[in-house]
Design a protein around this ligand. Structure first.
Ligand SMILES: [Zn+2]
Ligand SMILES: [Zn+2]
Length: 371
C-alpha cells in the first residue's frame, strides 16, 4: 500500500502538521496553537485499521504492513538495544530508555509490521510529573535529593510496541476426580491405649469433559527498552475498548519504540499463555474435592493478531553507578519503578526502632520491680 492510504490532516489555519495533545485530548498545531478535535474520519483508513489479521497467513507472509504515513527515522541504542522510531524527523540525542548517548542510525526493515492501532496518551506531561513526585514522596527510604525536580527532567513519552491476539479454543479434557471420604482407624497412643481417629481418604473416579472459550486481546509486549517486570506492574491497558486506528498525528512528536519481539516469537509466547489458561479452565471443570492426571487436548482456530502501540511515560536516571527506571501508564497513570535506597535514612530508622525497643523494655522492667 502507498502513503496515500494514510490520511494527512494538516492544520486548517496554517497547514502545519498537527500533533496529539494529551492534556487537551485533541490534535493541536505546534505552530499556531489551533486545536482540532480528533474524529474517526481522520483515521488512516477508517474501517480497516482496526481489523484483526489472520495469524497463520501473516506468519507465512509478513506483509501486512501499511505505511507510517510519514517519513521516519530509526535509531538503535548501543547500550540497551532499544530501537526508537521518530516520525517527525526530529531525532533524540540520547536514548529515551536508558539515557545513553551512544545511539546509531538503524536501517528499518522492509517487512516490519507497522502499528494498526494505538491508545493515545491520556495522562499529560504535567499530570505525570505530579504523579511521579507523589509516588516518589511515598518511598520512605529513597534519597531526598532525587525528590527534587532533577528526577523528572528526563521524562519521555513513549509508545511501546505490543501484539494482541484473539483465538477460539475448543478443549477436551480427562482427569481423575478425587472425592474425599473419612474412615475410622484404630491406633495405639504413646501410653499403649487403643484409640480411634478419623482419616481422610480419596475415592478416584475418571472424569472427562469439553469446553469452548474465546480469548480476546491477550497482550504480548514487544519492547526491548523496558524491563518486563516493570511493565507488567503498570498494566493493564484497556485495549478491548479504547483503541484508536493508527494515524501519524498521534505519534508525531512522541518516541515510538520499534518491536524486537517479532510476530513469530510473540505468537509462541501467546500460545504458551493460552495453553496455561486453557489448562486452568479445564482444571476448574473437574468435579470433586481434588484431582490428578489432568490431560488437555486444545484446538485453536481463528487466531488473529494486531500490532498496537501503548503509551507510557518513562524516567530513566543514574544514581551512583546504577541506572533506574520509573514508568507510568500513559493512559491510567499507574506507576511502578525502582529507586535507590538511602542508607543514611535506613540507618537512622533502624536506630529509632532499637531505641524504642530499649525504652519499652525499660518501662516493663520498672513495672515489674516497683520500688
Ligand atoms: Zn497551525
Ligand atoms: Zn538505551
Amino acid at each position: 500500500m502507498s502513503n496515500a492510504t494514510v490520511g494527512k490532516h494538516p492544520c486548517p489555519e496554517c497547514g502545519g502538521d498537527l500533533q496529539w495533545n494529551a492534556a487537551k485530548q485533541s490534535l493541536v498545531c505546534p505552530y499556531c496553537g489551533t486545536v482540532v478535535p480528533w474524529t474517526p474520519a481522520q483515521a488512516a483508513d477508517p474501517g480497516t485499521a482496526m481489523v484483526e489479521h489472520d495469524l497463520e497467513t501473516a506468519l507465512r507472509n509478513p506483509e501486512v504492513s501499511r505505511d507510517w504515513g510519514e517519513q521516519r527515522r530509526e535509531v538503535q541504542c548501543q547500550s540497551c538495544h532499544a530501537i526508537s522510531v521518530f516520525v517527525d524527523g526530529k531525532v533524540a540525542q540520547r536514548c529515551d530508555f536508558c539515557g545513553s548517548p551512544s545511539i546509531i542510525a538503524h536501517e528499518s526493515q522492509k517487512d516490519a509490521i507497522t502499528p494498526q492501532s494505538l491508545l493515545p496518551f491520556k495522562i499529560s506531561d504535567g499530570q505525570v510529573r505530579d504523579l511521579i513526585r507523589t509516588w516518589y514522596g511515598s518511598r520512605w527510604f529513597a534519597p531526598d535529593k532525587l525528590k527534587r525536580a532533577a528526577l523528572t527532567d528526563t521524562l519521555h513519552g513513549i509508545y511501546l510496541p505490543y501484539w494482541t491476539f484473539d483465538a477460539h479454543v475448543e478443549a477436551h479434557w480427562t482427569a481423575d476426580a478425587g472425592h474425599y471420604y473419612y474412615e475410622t482407624e484404630s491406633y495405639r497412643d504413646p501410653q499403649g491405649n487403643m484409640r480411634t481417629r478419623q482419616v481422610q481418604r480419596v475415592r478416584w473416579v475418571p472424569a472427562a469433559g469439553q469446553l469452548a472459550h474465546f480469548f480476546d486481546d491477550r497482550l504480548v509486549a514487544g519492547t526491548a527498552g523496558v524491563a518486563p517486570g516493570l511493565l507488567a506492574a503498570v498494566e493493564p491497558f484497556p485495549t478491548t475498548t479504547d483503541l484508536k486506528p493508527y494515524s501519524p498525528e498521534f505519534v508525531r512528536g512522541w518516541t515510538v519504540e520499534r518491536y524486537q519481539v517479532d510476530l513469530r516469537k510473540a505468537s509462541e509466547i501467546n500460545r504458551a499463555d493460552l495453553d496455561n489458561r486453557v489448562r486452568a479452565l479445564c482444571s476448574n471443570e473437574v468435579p470433586g474435592d481434588t484431582q490428578r492426571n489432568l490431560q488437555v487436548d486444545a484446538r485453536y482456530h481463528g487466531r488473529t493478531f494486531k500490532h498496537v502501540l501503548m503509551p507510557v511515560w518513562l524516567v530513566s536516571y543514574t544514581y551512583g553507578s546504577r541506572r533506574f527506571q520509573i514508568i507510568a501508564n500513559g493512559y491510567t497513570g499507574k506507576i511502578a519503578g525502582k529507586h535507590p535506597y538511602s542508607w543514611v535514612k535506613i540507618f537512622f530508622a533502624v536506630l529509632a526502632v532499637i531505641l524504642a525497643a530499649v525504652i519499652v523494655a525499660g518501662l516493663y522492667l520498672s513495672f515489674d520491680n516497683p520500688q
